[in-house]
Design a protein around this ligand. Structure first.
Ligand SMILES: [Zn+2]
Length: 571
């Protein structure tokens, strides 16, 4: 929570006031070239300029490494600042006065500061007790050396009911200890410590600040693992354990390993797999996946070798695919967890296992089952996992592998773009399919303003492949309904997504203008694609209705199918 109100109109004012050429020109020597300015890209090494800045639009774009965005993105990227810091810096520089955050927001910030102090005080106490015999013996049995324990800040919450409470309540109000999740208010209002007779594991946010604890019982208490509850500092589904450390290893390893438990994570770090993170007793969330996707291209899922672990792996694969990550799955022997395996087999053998993890395609085929009939029965369910992937090339490959394994022709699965087109486009996977970029370019920049609304309404959204295109078209449709103008700059401030802003910058700087005839062709292609897709879906639904003996539904589906087929013969 910052000091200022950074709501959308405020940020738009800063964006407008900040002169992109002036800001970027301080880092890059820019030369005027036509309407834009060009220079050597500061983000990748190059000898001839492929970096372009537009003063009017306030955007930058590199034709080499495809980085781009608005002036705020530039400051974030080059100065390694977060969004609020970048906005504040630009506001200061260009004399935009930022309104102070509301009283409420300020109060929340002050409270969060107290919580942080309470957490640090608790950590200091836990660390002081870490050298007691009881936690030391426990950690020794788990193969965690004293140095490693110190390095990870492992501590010990004593077995007494109020060890922490008694020490902290002189310094902090009771309600802050409760709000930090360290103390529980019992019946009759008497407070006691949440963590007792447990090894404590500090959980830190990506910037390293302490936000929660995990606790592993040293005795026989249940549950074996206990986490801090959700607090103002801590949301379980948004935090990956050890991400603050692993982030430093990603550049070298180019992958993340995801495990389920703290001690699995610790054991792997100690064995040299410093790119490991752990979920905190929840399944892998979309937030986790997006966070990983921003940092690494590839994730190896390494969950326990039991039924629960396998089920969790399937869910995790779907979530990771949806974030457009390359995924592999390391299936462990029945009843073993990563901690057991790495300690028994050793680091070298474990490295072999990780390198040999099942690529996602093979993993999904495995989910189909064995016999042909079983595979067909499971096909739709598993296909749904593959379809979560927004990347058309990867999705096509997965669908093909599944269709082949089930002995069904790929075309029957529903239409996706043909592999030939995709292969030609695969160099630009991170960018839009050419038809979609030309479509957006036409709607946002090339068509006369009065024709844009009708064009947006005519786009068959179901035929679009790239999630960014879909997002942009949906946002434009809403603007049409509201009667708001369809300007690229309005869109950039409305959709709060860096990838979209990068794409918008690319549309202005790189994509050639789309002519009227070209646009017609694209629209016709998309409509046909939508029709094919619906036809394929219908075939599957018809087969299902036949199998399940639903005559009424069958008649309705057949009717729709013949109407769709007639539609082409006429056009
Ligand atoms: Zn570049």
């Amino acid at each position: 929570m910052g000091n200022y109100d950074l709501s959308r109109p405020v940020v738009a004012r800063v964006r407008e006031a900040a002169d992109a050429v002036q800001v970027i020109g301080e880092v890059v020597t820019l030369r005027k070239s036509g309407r834009n300015w060009t220079g050597l890209c500061p983000f990748h090494g190059e000898k001839t300029p492929s970096f372009s800045v537009s003063r009017e639009k306030g955007t930058y774009y590199c034709f080499g490494c495809k980085k781009g965005g608005d002036v705020i993105d530039f400051v974030m990227e080059i100065e390694r600042l977060d969004f609020a810091e970048a906005v504040e810096r630009l506001a200061d520089r260009f004399g935009v006065e930022l309104p102070a955050a509301s009283e409420h927001a300020r109060k929340r910030r002050d409270e969060a500061e107290v919580l942080r102090d309470v957490m640090e005080a608790a950590q200091a106490l836990f660390l002081r007790r870490a050298s007691l015999d009881r936690p030391r013996a426990f950690l020794e049995r788990r193969g965690v050396t004293l140095e490693a324990a110190a390095d990870f800040g492992l501590g010990y919450a004593p077995a007494e009911w109020r060890a922490l409470y008694d020490e902290l309540h002189h310094k902090f109000p009771e309600r802050s200890m409760i709000a930090a999740g360290l103390v529980i208010e019992g019946e009759g209002g008497r407070c006691y410590d949440r963590f007792r007779d447990r090894v404590t594991i500090p959980i830190r946010a990506i910037r390293g600040n302490l936000i929660a604890f995990g606790g592993r019982t040293v005795g026989d208490d249940t549950p074996k693992y206990l986490n801090s509850p959700e607090t103002a500092l801590f949301a379980k589904s948004q935090v990956l354990y050890a991400l603050d450390r692993a982030a430093r290893a990603f550049a070298k390893s180019d992958r993340a390993i995801v495990v389920e438990g703290y001690f699995d994570c610790l054991a792997l770090h100690l064995a040299g797999f410093t790119e490991t993170v752990a979920t905190l007793g929840t399944s892998l969330s979309e937030h986790h996946a997006r966070e990983l996707a921003r940092k690494v291209p590839r994730v190896v899922v390494c969950f326990d070798g039991d039924a629960a672990g396998r089920t969790a792996a399937v869910t995790a694969v779907r979530t990771l695919l949806a974030a457009d990550l390359d995924v592999a799955v390391l299936l462990l022997p029945e009843g073993e967890d990563p901690d057991d395996v790495v300690r028994r087999a050793g680091a070298t053998a474990f490295a072999g296992l990780v390198d040999g993890a099942l690529p996602v395609g093979e993993f999904l085929v495995g989910q189909l089952g064995r016999g042909r009939q079983e595979r067909r029965d499971n096909l739709l369910r598993v296909l749904e996992i593959a379809d979560a992937c927004p990347n058309p090339v990867r999705r096509y490959a997965l669908r093909e592998a599944l269709a082949q394994a089930a002995g069904v022709p790929t075309e029957q699965l529903g239409a996706v773009a043909s592999p030939r087109v995709l292969a030609a486009d695969s160099a630009a996977v991170s960018f839009l399919p050419p038809g979609e970029s030309a479509l957006l370019r036409a709607i946002l920049l090339d068509l006369p303003r009065e024709e844009r609304g009708a064009a947006v309404a005519a786009v068959p959204v179901a035929a679009l492949d790239h999630p960014a295109t879909i997002l942009i078209i949906k946002c434009l449709s809403e603007r049409v309904e509201r009667g708001a103008p369809l300007e690229i700059s309005d869109l950039a401030s409305e959709i709060d997504d860096r990838e979209v802003r990068r794409i918008l910058a690319a549309l202005e700087h790189e994509v050639p203008p789309t002519g009227v005839e070209h646009l017609k062709l694209i629209m016709r292609g998309l409509c046909e694609k939508q029709r094919q897709k619906r036809l394929a879906d219908l075939s599957l639904e018809i087969a299902r209705a036949e199998r399940q003996n639903e005559p009424e539904r069958l008649a309705q589906l057949l009717h729709e199918k013949s109407a769709l087929i007639r539609k082409t013969t006429r056009s």
